[in-house]
Structures are given as structure tokens and as C-alpha cells.
Design a protein around this ligand. Structure first.
Ligand code: ANZ
Ligand code: ZN
Length: 850
């Protein structure tokens, strides 16, 4: 065929790859491996432009590395458990399994139409029993080691989704999915002891050089290590003490009252009869407030006096004990020694309840006093009103007071982490059942390994009334106790779906391994993932959980690596402008014709450019795009329009431009096929031929370096476009068919990772028997890169007046002579005397004359 027809080219090569299993890999110790992974998708039904972009980026690297000779593992699968499937069941009566697997079939064929180089033999969905049974096994091992445990705790409860949310799933006090206000609720929950790994997770952030710094910073902040002291405060008329955690022992002499979390276990025993009613009302009120909101800076600080005082161990002054909404039980000890002069929250609280202030840190050049302060002083200074510590710099005083407290037995240095244990229980059906049995006699009994898997039953009812359908399924629920044989019942909670995505990358190394979650040998060969690619929205949760699981699996003796992902690329979003009609609201691109709403003909208004989303209707369907232009154009556009880590703005002209470019490449090969059939002589080394060779090899070098570890795909593609221009401009092609061929073959090979179908097709048309993947990546010839001439710009008094070419190695005197000798320059110098000549080697000559 003479004309570029993406449809036929793409289907030809897609079936070729499928038939030949071109991307199937196995462990081969003689070859260097490269593991490339994109975050696997949730099977929502259809792929969107974000997927197209994510997987196009990954495919460039996978194909590039393969062409370079690496043994490349590039798998794909499905993060298939989760609430949307269940919601679909409630709304449309479709079983979650049916809904999920149908969506997977759909999306798989969509992905196949993109020509991605996956080893499809490794595909799995996390809702496959063969996957989650191994997750249940890992859980049992964790349970054995105390890394999985159960405790009652106040959880974030979304009244609409009827489920518990992880802290990370609460955004500004609202559910991340449905935006309803989150409530606190006490429930028995399963937890993973991620806190046991807090320090290791933190330490390793120093070694993840291939990760973007902002992601590492977010992880460090999430782990939130603080060094400080625990200090004990005696309670008046009691033998008990209140323990606080503080990062500021230097302010201890200024602690004038005490704030406890309303949930603090000592709260009720401190309350005096007279205060009881008020305190109970307060606790009930705070219980309804969401935690994230309670502690945010702009939330009103409120509290209540318990009626009891404790004693400041250094000043011996009485400190009234309050309950305060901004103190959380989950952090430190749930009690705060309040220093209103040096902590803003305490300052506001003290102002509201008229509590005493005592300045203990004086900043240099100022004299603070309680009467005139308008806000807390949180900066550095020297200690005052602090007994034997007066006069010390406060940083020194932190150390000295901490030592003193240790000697006196009142306190000790400690480290605190903001990181909490990971609550993994979900009261949901569509998830991995937690393999636990409750027996009235034996208590909490793990399901014996030999009884795994605990299969998720399919005969359940979806009422939408809340609560898990599993809890109403008698045949699932009733079981005999594996220890005593009496009637017992199963755990009905399922895992947070982040559990599945915490180890899938390891299972891809051994997807069919029948005797355990992990085939050590395979995993040792493939892991760690060399390059991981995904959205920045996973900077904390998913990436931290995956790191945690890696360390757990290592400590369970299942694998060896410390960290799962050597390099991480976080790609930007795909954005598009929004359009709206004054009557009909947001408009889909199809509902907009010539700037008017198709329903009512009103003039539509263009709105902000935002992340593509169904709610704003600013979405482009990848299927339509591929139908019209082909997958290669869709890929090229998403790679060319912006660097991967930046947001990409949709633009139709950009797509058209990519399409035209591919036509141009096609024609460049086609129009010259006959010419290149002749005898292939030695590459030209003179004149135009030499220049084209230089551009060709320069382009090979640039594209190689731009792709490798730098992901500068857009500039790499731009360089190939320039090379194509140079080929079109090459007039001496009849005399140099071998040079022409060399350049065209370079174009085809360099484009292969970006637009693999057209590249394979042209490669074949160029007469090659073996496919392009095996042909390998081109290398550049250093000798061809050498420039023999340079173009020098000549300025007279700062204005460009001429251009001269000089031999590449010319010395300053020769360059100067050539510049002054240029006829145009000479004309501008006429009648003037040359005062100074500045030569910038290889680039520019500036003549100062007057
Ligand atoms: C006295 C003090 C004086 C404090 C001062 C600060 C400034 P980071 O750095 O985040 O670890 N705190 C301790 N436990 C708390 C809880 N459960 N809820 C709310 N606040 C709590 O913060 C540590 C500081 O946060 C601690 O140091 C404590 O207040 C407060 F001029 O103690 B500080
Ligand atoms: Zn029992």
C-alpha cells in the first residue's frame, strides 16, 4: 500500500506480536534484566486519557530497553477489588464479579489496541482467588508475628458509603469518594503494624535517589518523626500521673495548664462531681467532630475544665487540667503540657479560658510580657523564669532540661512518629476475606494454612442498606472452630484494597507460582522494579504501603530486596479546557458545534483548563481518538505534547500535527524505496552527505540520551522531526543512496519506542527480515559527529551584521580575520575605526567600532 493507513498497519503488527508472543519473558541469568512497571489500573470500565499517557510513557522505556538488549519485564493486570463494583451491584443489580471481569475484558482489548508491549501471559486480577489466597497467607504469617493485630479504635466512618475510611481517605474532614462529612465511630478493627517499620521507612528515603524529591518529602512528613521528651506530671490528691509528649522541654517552666484529648482514658477519673455534666456534654460534642478538622489551625479551639489540677514538676505550680478538642489521643500520649506563651494553640486556648501566662523564652532584642503579647513567641531566645536554666539558649536548654528530667526520674527522651498503624478492615463485600475465625471458646483463631483460601462467596445480596453483605450470609458466616471443633463464625471484614496493590509487583515475577505467594528465585531475578511510573496522588499511601510490604516479605524470609522501586516517575495530569452552556451546564466536546450548545444553540462559554473528568465533561475518549488517527498518533501526541512529569493540555491541532508527521515519515521512506534498492556504497564523507550523516548521528545520540533515565520524550521526538526535515532537504540523495538509507533507518528505529506499529511496518518495507525489536537500538558514530565547519555570527556594535563559516578548529586570529573580511561587515565598518574585537569561540564575534 502506498498511503499510510494506520488501521491496517496497526492490526497487522498487533496480531504479529500476539502470535509470536514478542514480549513474553522468562528469567535468564545470562541477560541483564529490566523491570518496568506502570501502576495497574482499576477496572472501571473504559480506559481514559490518563491511562493512555501513563502506558505510552512506560511503553517507550520498555521498548527502548528491550531494543538495547535488556531482558524486559513489562506486565499488566488489574487492581480489581473495591467499592465501585459493589455500588454497581447495588444500583444495577449486576454482580461485582461479573461487572469487574467484563470491565477487564473491555479494557484489555482497549489496551491491546494501543500496541503496548506487555507480557500478557503474566496478567492477573487481584480478585482472582489465585491472587488473594496468597495475600491471606501473608496475613497469617503477619498475624503469627504480631504484625497484624486487632484493636478497638475510633475510626473514620463515612455515613454515606457505610464504611470505615483510612485517615488518608479523609480529605478536609470529608470522604474522598462521596464528599460526605466523616464521623468518628468505635469499631473492632484489624491493623498492620507499619509503625514498627517507621524508622526504617524513614531511613531509606535517604537512599531512594531515583525518586522525585517532593514524593520523598511527603513520605518523610507522613512518617513525621519528632524527637522530644516524655514528662510526668503528678496529679493533686492522687498517686497517678499524667504523661505528656513534648518537643519543647525548654518551655517546661512556662507550662501553666494541661490539655488532654477528650478520649483520654484518664479523663473521666479526673472529673469532679461539679464538672461532670459539662464534661460529658463536651466529650459527646467532640466525638461528632472529625479528627482532621478538629486539629486544623483554623478550627475553633474549645475545651472544658475537669475540676482537677496537676503539678508542674519544676515550678511546683498548680496546673488546671482541661480537655481540649485539638488534642488527639492518637498522637504522643494524648496529653499536652500547655505553654501559652510559646505555642499558638495554647495561646488562643488560654485567652479564651483566662488561663495564666508565663514567658520563659526571651527573643534577642525584645522583652515579651504576658500583658502585651498578641501571639505566642515560637522562635529562638534565651531562657528566663526558668530557675537554674536562666540565660541558656533555648536549643541548649532543650538538651539540659531533658538530661535533668532523666536524672530526677521525671521524664525521658523519646522519639515520636506521626505515622499510625494501618487500619485494613473494611466492612465491605468486594474484597479479600480476612482469614480469621471467632470461637466462643478459643477466641480469635487464624484459619489454618491448609484451609486457605477463604473464598469470597458469590451468593450474596446487595441491599445498599449498609453493613457488609457477608455478615448476612449464613453459609459463609458459620464454620467450625479449627481448634475445638465447636460452632464458630468467620470474620466478615475484608481488606482495604491497598493491601492488594502493596505486593502485586512481586507476584508479576511469578504469577503462576503454585506453592506460595512468591517464587524466591524468580523474584530475586526481577526485583526491584527498575522503573515505576504512576500518578502523584499515590505519593503517600500506595507507595508507603508497598515499601512496608516489601520489608515485611523480606522479614518473613520470602524475598530479599529492601525497597521495591528503584526509580519512580510521577506523571502529570491530562487536562483540557471546559465548556458550558448557560442552560445545560457542562458540555461534552460532542455537544459543542461551532461554539454553540447542540441542544439549545446558545453560545457556549469556555471555562478553565482542568484535569479531564466526567463531571466536568472535558473528556476525550481514547477509543475515538484511536479510531480516527490510529494508536501511533495517540501515543505520539501524549508523548510529544509535554514532558511526562508535567500536565499535558489536550489540543486537537497537536494531534493533527502528529498525524501529519507520521504521514511525512511514511512518504520519506516510500518515495525513496526504489532509489535505495541500488548498490549500497560507502557512506558519503563530503558536503551535503556528510552534513546529513552528522545530523543523523547527532540525533541518535540525542534521542538515546533524552530517553535513558531522563524521559525527555518531547525533545527526543522534536529531534527526529528535524532529522526528517533534513532528509527531505537532502538534494544529493541520488549520489548517496547509502547515506539516505542510513538516515531513514535511523528515523525508523528511533521512532520505534514511540510509534511501534508504523516503525515495524517501515522497517519491513525497507527490506528487513527480522523485526525491529531484534534489530536493536542504533548507536552513533563519534567520527560522524565531528563538525568540520562552524557558523559564526558577526555583530558590529551589538547588531548582527553578518555570518561566516570557519573551520571547526580555527584559532581566534583566524576567526577574527574571517569576521572582519566578511563583505557585509566590512560595509558597516567603513569610515569607522575598530576599537575592540571580542571572539566567543565557536559562536560569535562582536566588533566594537566608532
Ligand atoms: C509543649 C510545647 C511548647 C509544645 C511549645 C510545642 C510548643 P510535633 O512537632 O508535631 O511532634 N502535642 C503533643 N501531643 C499532642 C496531641 N496528642 N495532640 C495535639 N498536640 C500534641 O508536635 C509536638 C508538640 O505537639 C508537642 O510539644 C505538644 O506541644 C503537641 F512552645 O509541648 B508541645
Ligand atoms: Zn474454638
Amino acid at each position: 500500500e502506498e498511503r499510510y493507513n494506520p488501521k491496517s498497519v496497526e492490526s497487522t503488527w498487533q496480531s504479529f506480536w500476539q502470535k509470536n508472543k514478542s514480549f513474553k519473558v522468562c528469567e535468564d541469568p545470562t541477560r541483564k534484566k529490566y523491570y518496568l512497571l506502570e501502576m495497574f489500573p482499576y477496572p472501571s470500565g473504559r480506559i481514559h486519557m490518563g491511562h493512555v499517557r501513563n502506558y505510552s510513557i512506560g511503553d517507550v522505556v520498555a521498548r527502548f530497553k528491550r531494543m538495547q538488549g535488556f531482558n524486559v519485564l513489562h506486565p499488566m493486570g488489574w487492581d480489581a477489588f473495591g467499592m465501585p463494583a459493589e455500588n454497581a451491584a447495588i444500583q444495577h443489580g449486576t454482580h461485582p464479579a461479573k461487572w469487574t471481569y467484563e470491565n477487564i475484558d473491555n479494557m484489555r482489548s482497549q489496551l491491546k489496541k494501543m500496541g503496548l508491549s506487555y507480557d500478557w501471559d503474566r496478567e492477573f486480577a487481584t480478585c482472582d482467588v489465585d491472587y488473594y489466597k496468597w495475600e491471606q497467607l501473608v496475613f497469617l504469617k503477619m498475624f503469627e508475628r504480631g504484625l497484624a493485630y486487632k484493636k478497638t479504635s475510633a475510626v473514620n466512618w463515612c455515613p454515606d458509603c457505610q464504611t470505615v475510611l483510612a485517615n488518608e481517605q479523609v480529605e478536609d474532614g470529608c470522604c474522598w469518594r462521596c464528599d460526605s462529612e466523616v464521623e468518628a465511630k468505635e469499631l473492632d478493627q484489624w491493623f498492620f503494624k507499619i509503625t514498627e517499620y517507621a524508622q526504617e521507612l524513614l531511613d531509606w528515603t535517604e537512599h531512594l535517589e531515583g525518586w522525585p524529591e517532593p514524593v520523598l518529602t511527603m513520605q518523610r512528613n507522613w512518617i513525621g518523626r519528632s524527637t522530644g521528651c516524655e514528662i510526668e506530671f503528678p496529679i493533686e490528691h492522687s498517686v497517678n500521673k499524667i504523661r505528656v509528649f513534648t518537643t519543647r522541654p525548654d518551655t517546661l517552666f512556662g507550662a501553666t495548664f494541661m490539655s488532654l484529648a477528650p478520649e483520654h482514658p484518664m479523663a473521666m477519673e479526673l472529673v469532679t462531681e461539679g464538672q461532670r455534666a459539662e464534661v460529658e456534654a463536651f466529650i459527646a460534642k467532640v466525638r461528632r467532630q472529625d479528627k482532621a478538622r478538629r486539629t486544623s489551625d483554623d478550627f475553633e479551639k474549645e475545651g472544658v475544665f475537669t475540676g482537677t489540677c496537676c503539678i508542674n514538676p519544676l515550678t511546683r505550680q498548680k496546673m488546671p487540667v482541661y480537655l481540649a478538642n485539638f488534642v488527639l489521643m492518637e498522637y504522643g500520649t494524648g496529653a499536652v503540657m500547655a505553654v501559652p506563651t510559646h505555642d499558638q494553640r495554647d495561646f488562643e486556648f488560654a485567652g479564651k479560658y483566662r488561663l495564666p501566662l508565663s514567658v520563659v523564652i526571651q527573643p534577642e532584642g525584645q522583652t515579651l510580657s504576658p500583658e502585651t503579647m498578641t501571639e505566642a513567641w515560637t522562635g529562638p531566645g534565651r531562657l528566663v523564669n526558668s530557675g537554674q536554666f536562666d540565660g541558656l539558649e533555648n536549643e541548649t536548654a532543650k538538651e539540659k532540661i531533658a538530661e535533668f528530667l532523666e536524672v530526677e526520674g521525671i521524664g525521658r527522651k523519646t522519639i515520636n512518629y506521626r505515622l499510625r498503624d494501618w487500619g485494613v478492615s473494611r466492612q465491605r463485600y468486594w474484597g479479600t476475606p480476612i482469614p480469621i475465625i471467632y470461637c466462643d471458646v478459643c477466641g480469635t483463631v487464624p484459619v489454618p494454612e491448609k484451609d486457605l483460601p477463604v473464598v469470597l462467596p458469590t451468593d450474596v445480596e446487595f441491599t445498599g442498606e449498609g453493613g457488609s453483605p457477608l455478615a448476612k450470609n449464613q453459609s459463609f458466616l458459620t464454620v467450625t472452630c479449627p481448634q475445638c471443633g465447636e460452632a464458630a463464625r468467620r470474620e466478615t471484614d475484608t481488606f482495604d484494597t491497598f493491601v492488594e496493590s502493596s505486593w502485586y509487583f512481586a507476584r508479576y515475577a511469578c504469577p503462576d507460582f503454585p506453592s506460595g505467594p512468591i517464587d524466591r528465585q524468580a523474584v530475586e531475578y526481577w526485583l526491584p522494579v527498575d522503573q515505576y511510573i504512576g500518578g502523584i496522588e499515590h505519593a503517600v499511601m500506595h507507595l508507603l504501603y508497598a515499601r512496608f510490604f516489601t520489608k515485611v516479605l523480606r522479614d518473613l524470609g520470602m524475598m530479599q530486596v529492601d525497597e521495591p522501586f528503584t526509580n519512580l516517575l510521577t506523571q502529570g495530569m491530562v487536562c483540557k479546557e471546559t465548556w458550558s452552556c448557560p442552560k445545560h451546564g457542562w458540555l461534552f466536546p460532542e455537544e459543542l458545534v461551532d461554539g454553540r450548545c447542540v441542544k439549545c444553540q446558545s453560545e457556549a462559554k469556555v471555562g478553565r483548563t482542568e484535569k479531564m473528568s466526567k463531571s466536568k465533561k472535558n473528556v476525550i475518549d481514547p477509543d475515538g481518538l484511536i479510531d480516527r488517527y490510529g494508536a501511533d498518533t495517540a501515543r505520539l501526541f501524549s508523548l510529544f505534547a509535554a514532558p511526562p512529569e508535567k500536565d499535558l493540555e489536550w489540543n486537537e491541532q497537536g494531534v493533527e500535527g502528529c498525524y501529519r508527521f507520521l504521514h511525512r515519515v511514511w512518504r520519506a521512506v516510500y518515495d525513496n524505496l526504489e532509489l535505495m534498492q541500488g548498490p549500497q556504497e560507502h557512506p558519503g564523507s563530503e558536503g551535503e552527505a556528510r552534513t546529513l550523516r552528522r545530523i543523523t548521528h547527532r540525533t541518535i545520540k540525542k534521542v538515546t540520551e533524552d530517553i535513558d533515565g531522563r524521559f525527555h520524550f518531547n525533545t527526543a521526538i522534536a529531534a527526529v522531526m528535524e532529522l526528517v526535515n533534513a532528509i527531505y532537504a537532502f538534494e544529493a540523495k541520488r549520489e548517496n543512496p547509502a547515506v539516505l538509507r542510513e538516515s531513514l533507518e535511523a528515523v525508523v528505529r528511533l521512532l520505534a519506542p514511540f510509534v511501534p506499529h508504523i516503525a515495524e511496518e517501515l522497517w519491513a518495507r525497507l527490506g528487513h527480515q527480522e523485526d525491529l525489536l531484534l534489530a536493536g537500538w542504533p548507536s552513533w558514530d563519534e567520527a560522524a559527529l565531528v563538525e568540520d565547519e562552524k557558523l559564526i555570527v558577526v555583530q558590529v556594535n551589538g547588531k548582527v551584521r553578518g555570518k561566516v563559516t570557519v573551520p571547526a578548529g580555527a584559532d581566534e586570529a583566524a576567526v577574527r580575520e574571517a569576521a572582519l573580511g566578511d563583505p557585509n561587515v566590512a560595509r558597516f565598518l567603513e569610515g569607522k575605526s575598530v576599537r575592540k574585537v571580542v571572539v566567543v569561540p565557536g559562536r560569535l564575534v562582536n566588533v566594537v567600532a566608532g
